[in-house]
Design a protein around this ligand. Structure first.
Ligand code: HAM
Length: 477
């Protein structure tokens, strides 16, 4: 729980603004480290992830919940665990002007549990199945795939202790990523009940104590405060020691073992690829029984720090926050990580639907009519692009070509007076003059009959030398 006072190196700015001679330049505001703008060229992938989540939520009957980004710090402190990295080092916690100690949410599961209690969801038919998306905040050390503001899509099921829920959530997560074009494996483990964990921890500490000298200062602290975290230490010395360390699955009681076995059987049944990972413990205290992470297939070691998602069961969380004891299970995917994996694999979903029609105008009267034409096309669900900043027809046709429009509508002063408009087929250059009131239905027919055009990665060569009937000279002064 902290706000670093130390001034950190500024994120590089691009592009560098060109200095205006003779004018004293004010430095433009800088982005905070670990924060970023998600620019239009990345939005295609972000939208695809959110759409995939929404589609899954609909298919599996999850209801949407939106939670505040700022909560009382207590919502996170105990549930996530006082000695966890997230609470100890990464929370944006401060006293707000009302004197309340508040935190920017580092994750949303604790907020979902709070909302479940606050809104008496226990009285609803169980399970309560909720999904969310939005930004989370962790004052983590920024690096590739790790930000201080990042986005998650998450799914939570509260009210059912059955192992089929754990399996179904894992299926949803891996299927969603498969639909996005990514091959993943599930890393899975069981950490049992808090009682089993306490007994195991005693054993783990006795195993590591004779090797204390080999541990880094951080790991020495972990051994004392949160020994479970030693299991996912990246320190090679610990990794070596871990080979001989006791494994938590051997400390599970019969019920926990059965629960875990059933989860694995369901996954086998559905042929979901998974790897048993005895060192997977996850960084948050609220977990019980099944814990899992979603890794890109083939990722191991270092790269696996960039898990695409993670989750597990949290049967004690609602009670910990003051509610009645009720089971819960869920997962969240990191949208930036998924988008990055998609980019690395050359997956480029479109930013938005491709506009197959371009509107070119010559003069103000045409612009005025153009506003109406745009609305008519919108109502017909046909996307139209334009370049209102350009006056010359040649420049507008070049823009239409760059956007790979199939048809350009050309409207000059003469057409405005006649109540007509020109439809230009951008491939053949053929043009026809039509009644402006019929243009939407005519274009719709052409688009329905035309073969699907591929949007070229590089613009096709421009053919602006094909004569058009409307001359630039007709532009009214
Ligand atoms: P988590 O493992 O802390 O779990 O986060 C889930 C995912 O969020 C990670 O696998 C990763 O993809 C992404 N993520 C986490 N931190 C960062 C970061 N600093 N920058 C970029 N992406 C990041 C949770 O948050 C749990 N609430 C998941 C859950 C839901 N468990 C049960 N229900």
């Amino acid at each position: 729980m902290m706000m670093k006072k130390k001034k950190e190196a500024a994120a590089p700015l691009s592009p560098t603004p060109t200095p205006i001679p003779g004018k004293k330049q004010k430095a433009p505001p800088e982005l905070l480290r670990g924060f970023r703008d998600i620019l239009p060229d990345e939005q295609g992938r972000f939208t695809a992830v959110r759409d995939a989540a929404r589609a899954m939520a609909d298919a599996y009957s999850f209801d949407r919940i939106d939670l505040p980004m700022l909560e009382r710090a207590d919502v996170f402190l105990r549930p996530l665990g006082k000695n966890t990295d997230v609470v100890e080092k990464e929370m944006y916690t401060f006293v707000d002007p009302s004197g309340d100690t508040v935190s920017l949410r580092p994750e949303a599961t604790a907020s979902v549990a709070r909302a479940y209690i606050n809104h008496g969801m226990l009285n609803l038919p169980q399970p309560v199945k909720l999904w969310y998306e939005g930004p989370m905040f962790r004052h983590d050390r920024p690096q590739a795939g790790r930000y201080r503001q990042f986005h998650q899509v998450g799914f939570e099921v509260i009210g059912v202790p059955e192992p089929i829920i754990d399996a179904q959530l894992i299926i949803i997560a891996s299927q969603m990523l498969k639909d996005l074009g990514l091959d993943v494996t599930i890393q899975i483990n069981s950490i049992g009940t808090p009682e089993a964990r306490t007994a195991y921890l005693t054993e783990l500490v006795s195993y590591f104590r004779p090797h204390r000298a080999k541990l880094s200062e951080d790991d020495k602290k972990r051994l004392q405060k949160n020994p479970l975290r030693l299991l996912d230490s990246k320190d090679p010395a610990i990794q070596e020691l871990l080979a001989g360390a006791p494994q938590i699955v051997d400390w599970l009681d019969e019920d926990s073992k059965n629960h875990f076995m059933k989860v694995l059987e369901f996954l086998d049944e559905m042929q979901v690829p998974y790897q048993l990972n005895p060192h997977l413990v996850r960084g948050l205290d609220y977990y019980t029984h099944t814990v899992f992470e979603i890794w890109l297939a083939g990722d191991q070691g270092e790269r696996a720090q960039n898990a695409l998602g993670g989750g597990g069961r949290y049967d004690g969380l609602v009670e910990l926050l003051g509610g009645r004891p009720v089971a819960g299970c869920g997962f969240a995917l990191g949208v930036e990580r998924v988008a990055k994996a998609m980019a690395e694999q050359g997956l480029t979903p479109p930013l938005r639907p491709h506009a197959k029609v371009f509107f070119a105008q010559l003069g103000d009267a045409a612009r005025r009519v153009g506003l109406k034409v745009f609305e008519e096309f919108r109502k017909a669900d046909i996307h139209v692009a334009e370049a209102f900043g350009k006056n010359a027809l040649k420049a507008q046709l070049e823009a239409a070509n760059k956007m790979a429009a199939a048809y350009t509508l050309i409207l000059g002063q003469k057409e405005v007076l006649d109540g007509t408009i020109i439809i230009r087929d951008m491939e053949s250059g053929a043009q026809e003059i039509v009644d402006v009131n019929k243009v939407v239905s005519l274009v719709k027919k052409k688009l329905t009959n035309a073969p699907e055009i591929a949007v070229p990665a590089t613009p096709v060569p421009v053919q602006t030398d094909i004569p058009v009937e409307v001359a630039d000279e007709e532009i009214p002064a």
